[in-house]
Ligand binder design. Structure first.
Ligand SMILES: Cc1cc2nc3c(=O)[nH]c(=O)nc-3n(C[C@H](O)[C@H](O)[C@H](O)COP(=O)(O)OP(=O)(O)OC[C@H]3O[C@@H](n4cnc5c(N)ncnc54)[C@H](O)[C@@H]3O)c2cc1C
Length: 562
């Protein structure tokens, strides 16, 4: 979530429409017709991963190992790691997390130049100050020293080392850079008015409580008001909501669309209005509240891998099994048998667990878990995911633009891509451009995701590098001379899509309903692709497993009204 450029907007109002513009970028450099840049595809859903679609032949299933684990966690993304964290924090040490990847983190993994060089995110890269009712998330962030205390009002104080530094964002619009993500700087009076009304409306939602006295929008989602008037927003798209309000401004559409694509990989005409408003209203972003309830973006060079690795500090080597593709999760008598293939040795192993926590994406659960009830199968099938491409751009020196310094997040107006983040923004002064560095570029395939996924997987490194370069070159003509390589990560089923009638559809309960001794986690259970939701779902699943096994633990999920 980027901050709403309120202060700038007020300045424009005071100045009339005399907008302070940074000078136009001149680009005498001729644009090459194609770019020939070194690099490789570092991550992509492999053919092996698709073994899950086929039933596992009985002959391949080895007898189970002797040891019986308290819980076997399938999937080592934020949700699986959060489940393990909660178990470990509750004194349970004999759980195991299985993940097909070669590091924990799922869509929150990071990369590094060499073995000790610059770290950069491959996927998730920031969170914001959570609302004060986000109990289980705050518990994690306290342990990781991301939250270092609370104000007398109970508001979380974020660790200053991790708070996003200025310049945070800039926007390339009409061939110039403007500070902040501020498309209104060149907008019309109508754009400004629509923005002001939008802000006022979001402020209203920020403070709104339903008949049950819960905040209309909060994190975890589950704690939000169940008031039917608020939930009704989940039945229409964000664009429909905006038009109902009478806002018909190209600039406002772009602004809100960018936010929804950035956090949910879903454009305004496809995302639920409940999700769209949640983006602006779940935290107290408004300037009027910043003194008492300050909201900060927190980020790290390696992105949210910092949070994953922080939680994993509670794990021992025996708790994690990487390169492990889970092909079958079966319940027999009083235990769960989980069969996985080591993707390097191609050997199969069957583990025994008292319980299992399935923290992978739900669309494949139906293939892995036999005998799921039909209603739950249908609920899982309804999960739709957006694919993404991310690129790590390695440079001899960072891009320089006259009178505009590199920001953490650098965005191009009306681009398919969401721009790039500078990996070293938090650790050194990157404004002078000196020294080798890395940028991570983000491209969601938010329309026709199933068709685009095929294209993403079918096309190779050169094709996608050229797509990225089209964008980059517009912002930084001649940048190819400074690029040493571009590596790519293809994310097939990356983000759950919060389209209308998904988040609060009655099937929501089925996505999280335990099936015998199998508990379900992942951001797709609750419906928004956020660290907070993945974390909550993992902790909830771990608590469910401990309830079943009558293990005592401190409840992290109070769901209280604050
Ligand atoms: C490009 C991108 C940028 C993002 N940026 C942000 C951000 O800045 N902030 C934010 O809060 N969120 C962001 N997100 C959303 C992010 O997905 C969530 O924050 C969170 O990491 C989701 O975690 P998860 O555990 O629910 O799912 P996942 O991350 O998808 O983890 C699921 C794991 O299960 C494993 N798995 C699945 N099936 C099997 C199997 N059969 N065998 C073995 N392993 C299996 C997968 O390999 C994966 O590791 C971003 C996502 C993407 C794709």
């Amino acid at each position: 979530m980027r901050s709403i450029p309120r202060r700038l907007f007020l300045q424009y109002c005071l100045l009339g429409l005399g907008i302070p513009f940074l000078p136009r970028c001149s680009s005498p450099t001729p644009k090459p017709s194609t770019f020939d840049i070194l690099g490789e595809i570092v991550g992509e859903p492999s053919g092996i991963g698709h073994l899950v679609w086929q039933p596992l032949a009985e002959a391949l299933i080895p007898p189970p190992t002797e040891k019986r684990h308290t819980a076997i966690i399938i999937g080592g993304g934020v949700s699986g790691v959060s489940a393990g964290w909660k178990l470990a924090r509750s004194g349970v040490s004999d759980f195991v997390i299985l993940d097909i990847g070669n590091q924990l983190g799922g869509t929150s993994i990071s990369g590094q130049v060499g073995t000790s060089g610059i770290a950069f995110p491959w996927g998730a890269h920031y969170i914001n100050t959570p609302p004060m009712e986000a109990d289980c998330i705050l518990e994690v962030l306290e342990e990781l020293q991301v939250v270092v205390g609370y104000t007398p009002l109970g508001w979380p104080i974020m660790n200053p080392d991790y708070i996003l530094r200025e310049p945070a964002e800039r926007l390339f619009i009409e061939n110039r850079w403007v500070e902040h993500l501020d498309p209104f700087s060149t907008g019309t009076q109508g754009d400004h008015q629509a923005f002001e009304e939008f802000e006022t409306d979001m402020f209203r939602w920020m403070l709104h409580r339903g008949a049950d006295q819960r905040r209309a929008f909060t994190l975890p989602l589950e704690y939000s008001s169940a008031d039917p008037d608020v939930r009704a927003l989940d039945k229409i798209t964000m664009k429909e909501y905006m038009r109902q309000k009478g806002w018909d401004s190209e600039r406002l559409d772009w602004f809100v669309n960018y936010g929804c694509r950035d956090d949910y990989a879903c454009p305004i005409d496809e995302v639920s209005a409940w999700a769209g408003i949640h983006y602006y209203a779940c935290r107290y972003y408004a300037d009027q509240l910043q003194d008492r309830f300050p909201v900060h973006t927190v980020t790290w060079p390696e992105g949210n891998a910092f949070l994953v690795n922080g939680m994993a500090r509670r794990f021992s080597v025996a708790n994690v099994r990487l390169n492990a593709l889970v092909l079958s999760v079966r319940q027999v008598e009083n235990e769960v048998l989980v069969t996985f293939m080591d993707t390097q040795t191609r050997q199969f192993t069957t583990l025994r667990g008292q319980t299992a926590i399935y923290a992978g994406q739900k669309h494949i659960a139906n293939y892995i878990i036999p005998n799921l009830p039909d209603d739950q199968k249908t609920a899982f099938q309804e999960c739709q995911y957006t694919p993404w491409l991310t690129g790590s751009i390695h440079l001899k020196r960072l891009p320089q633009t006259k009178q505009s310094t590199l920001a953490w997040d650098n965005v191009m107006y009306e681009s398919e891509g969401l721009g790039y983040v500078a990996a070293e923004h938090q650790t050194r002064d990157t404004t002078d451009g000196e020294g080798a560095s890395v940028l991570t570029y983000y491209l969601p395939f938010d329309r026709e995701p199933n068709i685009k996924r095929r294209e993403l997987l079918d096309k190779g490194h050169d094709f996608w590098v050229n797509e990225i370069m089209k964008d980059l070159w517009e912002m930084h003509p001649g940048i190819e001379k400074d690029i040493t390589r571009i590596d790519l990560y293809k994310w097939g089923h990356a983000m759950i899509r919060p389209t209308p009638n998904f988040i609060w559809h009655p099937d929501r309960a089925l996505r999280g309903r335990p099936f015998g001794k199998i508990f379900f986690a992942n951001a797709d259970v609750t419906g928004l692709p956020l660290f907070e939701e993945a974390c909550y779902s993992g902790i909830r699943a771990a608590q469910g497993a401990m309830n079943m096994l009558r293990i005592l633990y401190a409840n992290s999920i109070q769901g209280g009204i604050r």
